[in-house]
Design a protein around this ligand. Structure first.
Ligand SMILES: [Cu+2]
Length: 315
């Protein structure tokens, strides 16, 4: 008890010292009319400015913002501020309401997307990231996760999503929020499923809009349909190999050299290399093998000798 009091007093003293420091005008940076200051719960003003700049390159998803305990705001962002079928990267930041300063130590958890299928009168979830992590060492105050939507919103069904958050000991969450999942344009199919026995797996292609002509890193996730299906789908624990055969269907199905199969990385994603020698529609035919090298998907139902399991990417 006594030790706790001493420790508490010590923390108050430290906080007092640091906050004296951060009240010093020398430690504030004003940009776009906003003053960014050093903050003991985040970072130096310079580091906070990096976060601020990063957020200029993404767009807020207004319906996914939440106030926590009257003290904090948590904001969610995606590249465009909207969501679409397939893999969507999500970014989260937490700020103090009183100062607008970022908070570094916060946790976003239980990201739970749910689609209600009108005619079938049933609900299902979809693949999500294992967790939400700091973006990288340079952006500790930005957390990143992802959701890969199986299908778009339509008269056939509608989506909700919720997540919980913990900011410096204060807990909160969004509750179920209605969201719209847009269909991808023609010539883009970034999510496919395959079956092995009774299990259904989802192949989510990561950010192919970043690709350019020539050789590109190709990244994907393999998730496993949950039981019950209203539970978010976690990454599959099996170790697959995903062989790729990119073709241009509008140009006599010609292929390209030097493609490398996707293999499982330490972070749970699958990474390979794809060579797209020109702009246009590329159909990336997939053959999935298990850890023993047996073909488990894309091996039968061939059309013109090509797998009928594929992603479409138009660059
Ligand atoms: Cu659905």
């Amino acid at each position: 008890m006594y030790m706790k009091k001493v420790l508490g007093l010590f923390l108050v003293l430290v906080a007092g010292l640091v906050s004296c420091n951060s009240n010093d005008d020398e430690n504030g940076i004003t940009i776009d009319g906003i003053t960014i200051t050093d903050d003991v719960d985040c970072c130096s003003a310079e580091e906070a400015l990096q976060v601020y700049r990063f957020l200029q390159g993404v767009s807020i998803i207004p319906e996914l913002s939440v106030e926590v305990d009257g003290k904090y705001n948590v904001y969610a962002y995606s590249k465009t501020g909207s969501l679409h079928t397939g893999y969507n990267e999500l970014y989260f930041v937490a700020t103090k309401k009183i100062s607008g300063n970022y908070v570094k130590n916060f946790e976003v958890k239980n990201i739970t997307p749910l689609m209600y299928m009108t005619q079938m009168n049933m609900s299902h979830s979809t693949p999500v990231s294992a967790g939400v992590e700091s973006f990288n060492d340079g952006y500790l105050a930005v957390k990143r996760g992802w959701v890969s939507f199986l299908m778009n919103s339509s008269e056939n069904g509608s989506w909700t999503i919720s997540y919980d958050v913990d900011v410096l000991g204060s807990t909160g969450g969004t509750g179920n929020v209605n969201i719209t999942v847009d269909a991808l344009p023609d010539g883009q199919e970034w999510l496919k499923t395959f079956k092995v026995g009774d299990e259904v797996y989802v192949l989510s292609l990561v950010n192919p809009t970043d690709w350019q002509t020539g050789t590109n890193a190709i990244q994907a996730y393999v998730s496993k349909k949950s039981q019950p299906i209203t539970t978010p789908y976690a990454l599959a624990t099996e170790r697959f190999t995903i062989e790729i055969d990119p073709r241009m269907p509008d140009m006599g199905n010609h292929t390209s050299p030097d493609n490398v199969a996707l293999t499982r990385q330490e972070d749970g994603s699958y990474v390979g290399r794809v060579n797209l020698t020109m702009t246009g529609l590329w159909r990336i035919h997939l053959t999935v093998k298990d850890a023993e090298g047996n073909i488990v998907a894309g091996g039968d139902d061939l059309k013109d000798g090509l797998s009928s399991l594929y992603w479409d990417v138009t660059i």
